[in-house]
Every structure is written in structure tokens, then in C-alpha cells.
Design a protein around this ligand. Structure first.
Ligand code: FO1
Ligand code: CA
Length: 314
């Protein structure tokens, strides 16, 4: 059976890897990747979530940081600083090759982000998993804070996520269209999983693409979303701050509310059963409870297997 997963970066890569491992002898999996955290820096097109997925599937990811290439060095960054640049984004020397080549392919050779991503997945050895950018258009997640509007990376990395967040928007989303590959991955899938990523910054930009949202709504019964939240705490990252800003309650039930039009069921942590299950059922979604934490490879495969069995039963 064909599985498609909607993914952001660091959190999603674990589940994508678990599923890829389980499905590698079959048809493989399709991973629809967030593009909202892409950013232009020093004339380079940097795509953190896409790269995290490709590096993660290829075994190249720095697991401790959750981003970049393992064993990377930062000489380039040091030299930029020496040259007077406020180089706040950690572009590693090895990672830099990806950004230089990607930019060259897009600008000089007129390749699409989808083509470039397939190229790197092949060269780096991401296996049978296909990483598909949700759109080839430029979409940027912009955060309005008490210090003004800024790119997601500027908020999260440069300002360490500390300003107050007032609102979130996806710049460029109105003109952006989903790629035909991403749409086909939704239409052709037997089952679709929304990874436990930040609903606003990791999954939100993909769901804000009208054609993706419509395609998913048609498949709602086959879509299961995995909560990224246990209790009131985000499993990782700044989810809570973004969610509060867009009026989503930072709980499994709040995430369910965010996904209710596109997902027929929700997987939450067993610890949330009492507080969340009934609320989620009242939204018209099925609820399933399991341990959703993924600390090592065994956890990734365990959660992946749980989801496959769950979706098989339907
Ligand atoms: N995250 C950081 O917190 N600091 C960094 O310097 C940083 C550099 C970086 C470089 C390449 C890359 O692919 C990701 C990088 N990230 C860094 C992660 C990234 O900012 C975010 O965690 C994701 O975009 C959120 O999905
Ligand atoms: Ca992300």
C-alpha cells in the first residue's frame, strides 16, 4: 500500500524514517515537505525542513542538533563573521554545498525545487522515500511580533524565539500552487499521515495551499494526524507560541480542531486520554491513544508500525 506523510522538519523526520524503514521493501513512502521555513541568505536558497528530511532519511543528519549534516564544521560561518557579517544562521561547510548547488540549479538551470530535491535525495541516498516539496512557489512563514514582522527563522534562530508573537502568515501563499507530484501523492495514497510537527509552522503552510487542502478533504477518512503535543507542552520547538497566536489551544484537542476538516482521526498520547479524547470525538474525529514520544530508532519504528496497523484496520 502507498503511504503519504505530510511533514515538517525535526519532529517529522523521525516518523518519516520509521515508516520508510517499515515500507522500504514495498512501494516506499511519499513525504510532502513544508516549504514555509525556506529562506534566502547571502543569495542562497536554504530549505531547512526539506534538507532535514533528506539528510534524516539518508543517515546524514546531525541527530543532536536535529538539523544540518553530522560532523559538519563551521569555517565558512566564522569567516563571514570575520568579514563583518552578522551570520546568525548556522550554515555548516558541508551543508553549504547543498545550498550552493540548489541555488545554481534553480537560478541558472531553471530546475524546480521538486527536481532539485529529487536530485539530492538520489545523490545523498534517501532510499525509496520520495521527498516532495508541497509547492515549487516561494512561500515564507512570517511572524508578527512586538519587535515587528520577521521571517520564521529570524524569529526562531536570530531572536531565539523570545519576542511576543501576535500573528502568523504565509507570505506568497495566495499565488502558490501545489505541485502535481504532491497532489498525486495525496490522490494516489492508500493512507495519509500528518506527522507530529508544529501545526502552524510545519504543517500549516502545506495545509494553506488551497489545492492540497481540497485534495486532503476528499480523502479525510483516510487521513490520520499525530498530535505533536503531550499535555500542554509541545514535544519540540515553539509550537505553543505560534498556536496561541493563531488562536489554537495548545493541547491535543487544539491540534485536532486545527486538523478537523482534513483528518478523520487523531492519534494522541495515552497520557492525554482523559482530557482530550471526548473533546476530539465531539469534533467528529476518531481518537486513538498510544505512546507518541520518539526518542530513538526503536520508537520511530514502533509508532510507524502502530499507525500502519491502525490504518489497515479501517
Ligand atoms: N536552527 C537553529 O536553531 N539554529 C541554526 O543556526 C540553524 C541552522 C540551520 C541550518 C540549516 C538547516 O537546514 C536548519 C537549520 N536550523 C537551525 C533549523 C531550522 O531553523 C528550524 O529548526 C527549522 O526550520 C524548523 O522547522
Ligand atoms: Ca519546521
Amino acid at each position: 500500500s502507498l503511504i503519504t506523510i505530510l511533514a515538517g522538519g525535526t519532529g517529522s523526520v523521525k516518523l518519516a524514517r520509521g515508516l520508510a524503514r517499515l515500507e522500504k521493501k514495498k512501494e516506499g513512502i511519499n513525504v510532502i515537505a513544508n516549504v514555509g521555513d525556506n529562506i534566502w541568505l547571502y543569495g542562497l536558497y536554504v530549505c531547512p525542513d526539506i534538507d532535514t528530511l533528506v539528510y534524516g532519511l539518508a543517515g546524514l543528519l546531525d541527530e543532536e542538533r536535529g538539523w544540518g549534516v553530522k560532523g559538519d564544521t563551521f569555517s565558512f560561518l566564522g569567516q563571514m563573521k570575520r568579514a563583518g557579517v552578522d551570520a546568525w544562521f548556522g550554515l555548516g561547510d558541508r551543508d553549504l554545498a547543498t545550498h550552493v548547488l540548489r541555488t545554481e540549479m534553480i537560478k541558472s538551470r531553471k530546475k524546480s525545487l521538486t527536481q532539485v530535491t529529487a536530485y539530492f535525495a538520489e545523490k545523498f541516498g534517501a532510499g525509496a522515500a520520495k521527498v516532495l516539496p508541497a509547492t515549487d512557489s516561494e512561500v515564507e512563514t512570517m511572524i508578527t511580533t512586538d519587535a515587528g514582522e520577521m521571517h520564521l527563522q529570524e524569529f526562531w534562530v536570530k531572536n531565539a524565539g523570545s519576542p511576543e508573537v501576535h500573528s502568523v502568515r504565509y507570505r506568497g501563499i495566495g499565488k502558490a500552487r501545489a505541485t502535481r507530484q504532491a497532489l498525486a501523492a495525496i490522490e494516489d495514497a492508500d493512507r495519509i499521515i500528518i506527522a507530529p510537527g508544529n501545526p502552524v509552522s510545519s504543517i500549516g503552510p502545506t495545509l494553506a495551499l488551497k489545492d492540497i487542502r481540497a485534495a486532503l478533504a476528499k480523502r479525510r477518512a483516510d487521513v490520520v494526524a499525530v498530535s505533536p503535543i503531550i499535555g500542554n507542552a509541545a514535544v519540540s520547538g515553539p509550537a505553543v507560541k505560534y498556536m496561541r497566536a493563531v488562536g489554537v489551544q495548545s493541547s491535543a484537542a487544539g491540534v485536532a480542531e486545527f486538523y478537523k476538516d482534513v483528518a478523520g482521526s487523531m492519534v494522541i498520547d495515552s497520557r492525554d486520554r482523559e482530557v482530550a479524547s471526548n473533546m476530539i470525538r465531539r469534533l467528529g474525529m476518531d481518537v486513538h491513544e498510544t505512546n507518541i514520544t520518539m526518542q530513538g530508532r526503536q520508537d520511530e519504528v514502533r509508532l510507524g508500525r502502530y499507525l500502519l496497523l491502525l490504518l489497515q484496520r479501517k
